[in-house]
Design a protein around this ligand. Structure first.
Ligand code: ZN
Length: 362
């Protein structure tokens, strides 16, 4: 079940909206309706929310387009009621690049606030901030203040906020990357703890945010540790060498048979001894639905897929699996198929590695 909808595509990146976002719009609309009882109030309340989320989208594009300059692609941008998420395919390689990518988002909000401030001054409608209440000030002034609040919130030095990444990047300029992440995660969790305690005595919502930050910090550290635990391990020690293959001339029911009686889900498709395609389980089912069992596997298979060399290390392959969103990749040696590497397999390998003595329990 897909819980988000695509609303547009700009600069080659899809923008999605999560279903819970609509709940938020509905809730704001109803709140204004019950308070003011006029359509005007509802429209201005919902309009403000949309303008605010417009700012959030621009913030995410700040990250995504800066990342693109460093050769990192963005899979998509999704809006949730608590903010936006740009899914970068990976973290930029160099700390200085990560620093710029992390700062670019909040910088966009600074620019928006500055433009709005300019507008307010130009039109002579600026009121000193503390005399106008945030909820009832002019539309433009409220939007300016919320953009500044976004900057402040995002720069809290804790994962998964941008400030956490800024902190890690600054530390990583001097320290080893894993150590920098651990220090940044610890600082973030310390802050989350204080936040949580403070929230207990003031606002329960803060406890919720603290929990969110705590989990985010732990995840970030685990991800980085996994990445480095895969370093230096050859692909040959994690690949599957006992597997079935399909022939270019095979029909789809053959693939269905193999799925039914084996533990294999995805198959390399060969023409002679050359790999010409990959047929994943989902494609098999889709093909059976749309074209039936007598369709050729070559009509359904994926022809554009990355290949792995048997000499490669697990870390780069893991990254490639994630980047292409693939389940299975063929491993070649001297152009001959020698193995398969699957996402599940790498996942199991990681679990094994992290349960061995010597790795840091968390
Ligand atoms: Zn951000």
């Amino acid at each position: 079940m897909k819980w988000s909808w695509k609303i547009g595509r700009f600069f080659g990146i899809d923008v999605n909206i999560h279903v819970t976002f609509f709940l938020m719009v509905g809730w704001i609309g109803l709140t204004y309706w019950f308070q003011e009882n006029t359509i005007v109030a509802v429209v201005s309340g919902v309009g403000f929310l949309l303008a605010l989320f417009g700012s959030v989208v621009l913030h995410e594009y700040g990250h995504a387009l800066t990342a693109r300059r460093f050769g990192v692609k963005t899979r998509d941008i999704t809006l949730y009621p608590i903010g936006g998420v740009a899914r970068l395919e990976r973290i930029p390689e160099k700390p200085i690049e990560e620093l710029w990518v992390a700062l670019a988002g909040p910088l966009v909000n600074v620019v928006i606030a500055a433009v709005l401030f300019g507008w307010l001054i130009f039109t002579g409608s600026f009121e000193p901030i503390f005399s106008s209440r945030i909820l009832w000030g002019s539309f433009v002034e409220r939007l300016m203040i919320t953009n500044l609040l976004l900057v402040g919130f995002n720069l809290i030095p804790a994962f998964p906020m941008d400030g956490g990444r800024v902190l890690r990047a600054l530390l990583a300029l001097r320290l080893d990357y894993t150590v920098a992440t651990r220090v940044a995660a610890t600082i973030g969790q310390g802050l989350a703890f204080l936040f949580g305690i403070w929230g207990l005595f003031s606002n329960p919502f803060l406890v919720f945010i603290a929990l969110f930050v705590w989990v985010g910090a732990a995840n970030e550290y685990r991800m980085v540790r996994v990445k480095y635990s895969l370093n230096g391990i050859p692909i040959s020690s994690a690949m599957v060498t006992d597997f079935d293959v399909l022939d270019y001339e095979d029909k789809l029911y053959r693939a269905a048979e193999l799925i039914m009686d084996g533990s294999q889900n995805d198959f390399p498709v060969l023409a002679g001894d050359r790999v010409v395609g990959i047929l994943e389980r989902n494609d098999v089912f889709r093909g059976l639905r749309e074209a039936g069992g007598f369709a050729y596997v070559r009509e359904i298979m994926e022809r554009d897929f990355p290949i792995v060399d048997a000499q490669e290390m697990l870390e780069t392959v893991w990254r490639r699996l994630q980047e292409c969103n693939c389940q299975t990749l063929p491993v070649l040696h001297n152009d001959r198929l020698v193995g398969l590497i699957t996402l599940d397999q790498v996942g199991e390998f990681i679990q094994l590695q992290s349960s061995m003595p010597g790795s840091t329990a968390y």
